[in-house]
Ligand binder design. Structure first.
Ligand code: NAD
Length: 443
């Protein structure tokens, strides 16, 4: 039976239909899982241009970024999973001979959970939806896929394509906003994987609690970048600018603000202005490498943050075009508006601290970040940051790069999230690790 995604199916009936498929055992064999991943890969490569068009319509996303951070990123994750899936799924054994004798055996195996729900945000609306979906399928689950309504072109494309490529008895797309998501959340799932903000994260977790459903919450927050005295500020500025202004700053792991000493701050100010010009030209509005803000609400919110500190470069806005120039703000005080919420846009404040001790206190007095970045030549500083702070990920030298290493768990801690995924960590997330003990009867 071919289920059209444009005809909304009653959520209870939908989940029951997928659960019935799961119960047949069809999603368990390695063959089925590999077939789904291969088809998902084909969907992405055959429709690479359609994805780039949709992402441009939704976010003014530059084509190079659409390929790199959405289509190709997801394809690489799928390839890595296909290369290693069998090995990741192989049962692990533990030695129980000392307890139960030499004929006894024990170990663990990964069991698929059942029907997973994946809810994605708008900022990387393909990657952040399809990478978790790939993980859920690789782990042998049926999946309900909920794209973000704030990226409508990408949502529509995925709703149209997924059923053409994947097993529609086990995978279904539900488009829509709050009412549709609320109706879905009332159902019993076996795992809910949510990426987005902490307010909705709490709604998801409350709904999940009704059914004791495990959740993964991939949230955000303010990810600091500490810049130590004595570093090459030209190179640091280049790396910061590349990470911060990709997708017009609308990246959960973008460096949110810079923490540095006053002298390094002065050097960074001019270096950042130069790096931005080198990246986007004198007028970033004319650059096809620079994106736009997703909607008027976020544009207005971000415009309100431009009054903090002193503008070093940028500050220009155009509401009709949803354009905000790459902006650096210097001399920002910790209590100013730009430091009171996650920025999630192309505004980079520089906050001055006296040195490492004050930086560590500054970080630890706030919510645990999704990522902490540091540029330093000192091994001791790296070790102190690693030992004395807590964050989802820790990146020295190259912001955001840790998320492209599939063997590293990607996720937050505390306010920045709960659980992790990518590569083998997706299998762990979407599976139950079952303990198994076999003590034979006497012959
Ligand atoms: P969003 O508004 O697209 O929301 C995400 C999803 O939640 C959507 O599918 C939406 O339909 C659903 N939703 C919204 N309101 C809801 C409600 N009341 N009840 C049920 N469902 C609801 O995305 P967003 O939250 O604006 O995304 C931005 C946030 O996400 C930032 O905080 C960012 O840091 C974070 N983020 C985190 C990651 C990560 O991997 N950790 C990645 C990207 C974004």
């Amino acid at each position: 039976m071919n289920h059209s995604t444009t005809t909304p199916e009653d959520p209870a009936a939908l989940v029951a239909r997928l659960r019935a498929t799961f119960r047949t055992g069809r999603t368990r064999p390695l063959d089925w899982r590999e077939r789904q991943l291969t088809r998902l890969r084909e969907m992405l490569t055959e429709h690479r241009e359609d994805f780039a068009d949709a992402l441009h319509a939704d976010l003014g996303k530059p084509r190079a970024e659409a390929y790199r951070a959405e289509v190709d990123f997801t394809v690489k994750e799928i390839d890595h999973t296909l290369d290693h899936l069998q090995e990741w799924l192989s049962p692990q054994s533990v030695d129980v001979s000392g307890v139960f004798g030499e004929h006894a055996s024990a170990g663990t195996q990964y069991d698929p959970l059942g029907v997973a729900l994946v809810i994605a945000p708008w900022n990387y609306p393909a990657q952040l939806l399809l990478v978790p979906v790939a993980g859920a399928l690789a782990a042998g689950n049926a999946v309900v896929v909920k794209p973000s309504e704030l990226a409508p072109a990408t949502s529509e494309l995925i709703a149209r394509l997924l059923p053409r490529f994947l097993d529609t008895d086990a995978v279904a797309v539900v488009e829509g906003g709050v009412p549709e998501t609320t109706a879905l959340l009332a159902q019993r799932f076996d795992h809910i994987f949510y990426t987005g903000n902490g307010t909705v994260g709490r709604i998801v977790m409350r709904a999940a609690a009704e059914h004791l459903t495990p959740v993964t919450l991939e949230l955000g927050g303010k990810s600091p970048a500490f810049v130590d005295a004595g570093v090459d500020t030209t190179e640091v500025a280049r790396r910061l600018a590349r990470a911060k202004f990709a997708n017009a700053g609308q990246t959960c792991v973008a460096p949110d603000y810079v923490l540095t000493d006053p002298a390094t701050a002065r050097a960074l100010e001019s270096a950042l202005a130069e790096a931005i010009e080198a990246q986007y030209g004198a007028d970033p509005a004319a650059s096809d490498a620079y994106g736009r803000i997703v909607n008027e609400r976020h544009f207005d919110r971000l415009s309100g943050l431009l009054g903090s500190g002193r503008v070093v470069t940028g500050g220009q806005t155009d509401r009709a075009a949803k354009y905000i120039a790459p902006t650096v703000l210097a001399g920002v005080k910790p209590d100013e508006p730009v430091m009171r919420e996650e920025i999630f846009g192309p505004v980079l404040p520089i906050v001055e601290v006296e040195g490492l001790d004050e930086a560590i206190d500054f970080i630890n007095e706030r919510d645990k970040p999704l990522a902490l970045y540091a540029f330093t030549g000192s091994e001791r500083t790296r070790e102190r940051l690693a030992a004395e702070t807590s964050s989802g990920g820790l990146g020295f030298g190259l912001p955001m790069a840790h998320l492209s290493v599939p063997e590293l768990p990607f996720g937050g801690v505390g306010e920045s999230g709960l659980g992790a995924y990518h590569g083998p960590h997706s299998i762990a997330t979407f599976s139950h690790r079952k303990a198994r003990l076999d003590v034979p009867l006497p012959a």
